[in-house]
Design a protein around this ligand. Structure first.
Ligand code: SF4
Length: 312
């Protein structure tokens, strides 16, 4: 019996806005993170034939402009503005897709779209650690060349509390392994994830493992408590104490101040943040810190993104 694959909604890194979104899975294999709206989500693997049919439909559409009624209209909706250069594999961790099938899907994509420049995917640290160096380099050759890995925190206590399923050492190993395979690494950390009590340690230990991983890109997000998640419940029950917006800037400052990078594009442009800063580290460190310090010195809430404009 074939199980109907439920196409996931598009959740993507900001830099993938021009990509074609090709689902290989739905949900996330590590659905235990207590702050995440994937918490408890069922993981579904899409049939490879189904993936290939979508690639065929997209290839035919880009050649002829013809839309077939039997193809989900979302294929054409995305395909219409697609420039043929980038593909983002959905969903929460498409790297969990079994390697032989993943290789076949990537080969098929490359054959169908020879001008493809880059394929990207979310990857959990567990997914990366499960793959051998040779498997990762083989995937890289097939243009799977950027991983987006949520590291959230460098503090083992926080990682354990939020159910990340790995410790800081494993995060570092996973990050280094991706980079050693020549895969560009973009990581995210979450300001406020340690709550008030764990704030300082969370920021300093996060800076430490960012230094150890030395990623190509790092993005700071700010914790948003999502109704229905365990962390939201803990907050409502008085067991988790969120930090203030100004404190999130102090965490951001501590991370930028204490992390050392070779060459990293660091940004807090994500809509969840109260203040946006971006630049290449170490080059722009002083300028970025000054921008944050000015807001912290003014203590003026009107300089922060209003709550109603924050997004996930
Ligand atoms: S691994 Fe990532 S996508 Fe999966 S539940 Fe955790 S935070 Fe969410």
């Amino acid at each position: 019996m074939t199980i109907q694959f439920d196409r996931p909604v598009i959740i993507r890194p900001p830099s993938e806005w021009r990509s074609y979104f090709l689902p290989l899975t739905s949900g996330c294999s590590n659905n235990t993170c207590t702050f995440c709206n994937y918490y408890g989500a069922r993981l579904q693997m899409r049939e490879l034939d189904d993936v290939k049919k979508e690639i065929d439909a997209l290839a035919s559409y880009t050649r002829t402009g013809i839309c077939l009624p039997c193809v989900p209209q979302v294929v054409y909706a995305i395909g219409r503005s697609w420039d043929g250069k980038r593909v983002f594999l959905q969903d929460g961790d498409a790297l969990v897709y079994p390697v032989p099938r993943l290789r076949e899907a990537l080969s098929y994509l490359n054959e169908s779209f020879p001008a493809l420049e880059r394929i990207g995917s979310y990857a959990t640290p567990q997914d990366i650690l499960r793959r051998s160096h040779d498997q990762l380099t083989a995937l890289k050759k097939l243009k799977l060349s950027i991983f987006y890995m949520g590291m959230e925190s460098g503090d083992d206590k926080v990682l354990q509390k939020v159910g990340k399923g790995v410790n800081s050492q494993e995060l570092v190993e996973a990050g280094k392994k991706a980079r050693e395979a020549g895969i560009t690494l973009s990581v995210t950390v979450i300001l406020g994830l340690g709550g008030i009590e764990g704030s300082e340690e969370h920021a300093l230990k996060t800076a430490k493992i960012l230094t150890d991983i030395d990623p190509d890109y790092a993005g700071a997000l700010t914790l948003t408590l999502v109704p229905g998640t365990p962390l939201y419940k803990q907050w409502k029950q008085g067991e988790f104490h969120p930090i203030s917006p100004m404190r999130s800037l102090e965490e951001l400052k501590a991370i930028i101040e204490n992390a050392s990078f070779t060459h990293c594009f660091f940004s807090s442009m994500h809509a969840s943040n109260y203040f946006s800063v971006r630049g290449t580290l170490p080059r722009d460190k002083e300028r970025m810190l000054t921008e944050i310090e000015e807001v912290l010195a003014a203590r003026d809430p009107s300089l922060l993104r209003p709550e109603f404009l924050r997004g996930l």
